[in-house]
Design a binder for this molecule. Structure first.
Ligand code: GDP
Ligand code: GDP
Length: 441
């Protein structure tokens, strides 16, 4: 959600290594504390793997392959496949090894994957908590990946130098002149298996398909495709993942999730494909949550509309009320990817969502509006006090973030009221909104 991220192609840095070497700890160290943007949805597991990150003024997407515990059986094979998936998504890799343990067979399996990929790699010798331990890291030269970068992810030791080195191996983002957009709009088609993502992509691509090989000499990312739609060129993120040319097609949900999460993070706008003929599933909700949390524009496409009869329609409307209440703002379209029916509605919906996502409200207009809604509907009195909104400003767009300065904490209900009124007044179709409250004590 950094300001630098919305346009241009942000390079992807993946953190790989066997379990327990400290990948997640390193990712948290790189990100610093990250605020949760949205409340938890009960029953939905939160397990993000991709994040916007920034160092030295450069934005990149960080992919965390930690937090995943393979069972002991077949572990080496799964670590290898996991590394393959992560590496296929990435422009560069941080390969983390536990310096206190040394090189294991699993580490060596990952090294072979990394070599084969030809992607730039930095070897990270983690858990070097103090100087005495540095000697242990020297043994890692034997991996043949060059100099080990000694760090302590836990204590932060060496992490700045590591990031400096990481920036060196990441491809340069494209040059975007002032006021100019950095390349085509980035769109991710997401959804659980079999909802019709690849059918949709094939319909959209038609004969116009161009496989992105080396756009303007910048990020080489063979898994994206450029497609002309409605007189505009769009960059479809990770179409290899959508088309299932890759290995994880055979099975593990984790790999699909890794790709989905990374595609969302790299996109500006997401099309969530749902199967109109089936109930909204927990997996659908999980993807929705990820889109909201990542702060991306969103269009919801109910596919397989040819299979939706009157009875199903009745239940679907109930499900929408129940499950999609948090994303009422997202444009919804009904399509049949198989035949192309209503496919032409996608571009207008994308345009509206992106427009809402990028909307900026001037400080003057915002405060006139805030004055009005506060007069109409003051905050309820709580414990003899009545918090007031003193002033507000939109501190970011894409997605919109507002900061309200108040005399005290606002009720959640009141925050929701402010959000609802903001949407009524200024549009914000297709975009999550974040409201930050700074209370003067
Ligand atoms: P992952 O499975 O590779 O993501 O590993 P985790 O980040 O979950 O870390 C595994 C364990 O190693 C946790 O108990 C961490 O606290 C610990 N750990 C991670 N980094 C360091 C470090 O730099 N020094 C020490 N001493 N422990 C660490
Ligand atoms: P993906 O896994 O999300 O990429 O889904 P696919 O595009 O591979 O589609 C899964 C199955 O659903 C295939 O058998 C498709 O032919 C079928 N399918 C896709 N779109 C539609 C549709 O609009 N209507 C119907 N009836 N079937 C569809």
């Amino acid at each position: 959600m950094s300001e630098a991220a919305p346009t241009g192609v942000v390079p992807v840095l993946a953190v790989v290594g066997r379990p327990n070497v400290g990948k997640s700890t390193l990712v948290n160290r790189i990100l610093g504390r990250r605020e949760a943007v949205v409340e938890d949805i009960p029953g939905v597991t939160r397990d993000r793997v991709s994040y916007d990150a920034e160092w030295g003024g450069r934005a990149f997407t960080l992919v965390d392959t930690g937090g995943w515990d393979p069972d002991a059986r077949g572990m080496a094979e799964r670590i290898k496949v996991q590394a393959e998936v992560a590496v296929s998504l990435a422009d560069a890799v941080l390969f983390v090894v536990d310096a206190t343990v040394g090189i294991t067979d699993a580490d060596e399996a990952v090294v072979r994957v990394l070599r084969k990929s030809g992607k730039p790699v930095l070897l990270v010798a983690n858990k070097v908590d103090d100087e005495r331990r540095e000697a242990e890291a020297y043994g890692l030269w034997n991996l043949g990946l060059g100099e080990p970068h000694v760090v302590s992810a836990l204590h932060g030791r060496g992490s700045g130098d590591l990031l400096d080195a990481a920036l060196e191996i990441l491809p340069e983002p494209p040059e975007a002149g002032p006021g100019e957009l950095g390349g085509p709009r980035r769109i991710a088609i997401v959804g659980r298996p079999n909802v019709g993502k690849s059918s949709l992509l094939n319909q959209l691509a038609g004969e116009e398909r161009v496989v992105v090989d080396n756009v303007a000499g910048t990020t080489v990312d063979p898994v994206d495709e450029l497609i002309d739609l409605g007189g505009q060129t769009w960059r479809f993120i990770d179409t290899a993942g959508i088309r299932k040319r890759v290995k994880e097609a055979s099975g593990h949900e984790y790999y699909a999730w890794l790709r989905t999460s990374t595609a969302i993070e790299r996109a500006e706008v997401c099309v969530l494909v749902l199967a109109g003929n089936e109930s909204i599933a927990e997996q659908d909700m999980r993807i929705l949550q990820e889109v909201r949390e990542a702060g991306k524009a969103l269009v919801i496409a109910f596919n397989k509309w040819d299979l939706v009869d009157a009875e199903r329609r009745y239940y679907l409307d109930r499900e929408i009320e129940r499950d999609l209440v948090q994303v009422q703002w997202a444009p919804r379209i009904n399509i049949t990817a198989r035949t192309g029916w209503h496919i032409d509605r996608i571009v207008p919906a994308l345009d509206r969502a992106i427009e809402g996502w990028e909307t900026r409200v001037s400080t003057g207009a915002l405060n006139a509006f805030l004055g009005r809604i506060v007069a109409e509907h003051p905050h309820p009195v709580r414990g003899g006090k009545q918090p007031r909104i003193l002033f507000g400003s939109q501190v970011q767009s894409a997605p919109p973030v507002f900061k309200l300065f108040t005399t005290g904490r606002l009720d959640q209900g009141y925050e929701r009221f402010v959000e609802r009124r903001l949407r009524e007044e200024f549009g914000f179709v297709g975009t999550p909104i974040e409201i930050k409250v700074q209370a003067r004590e």
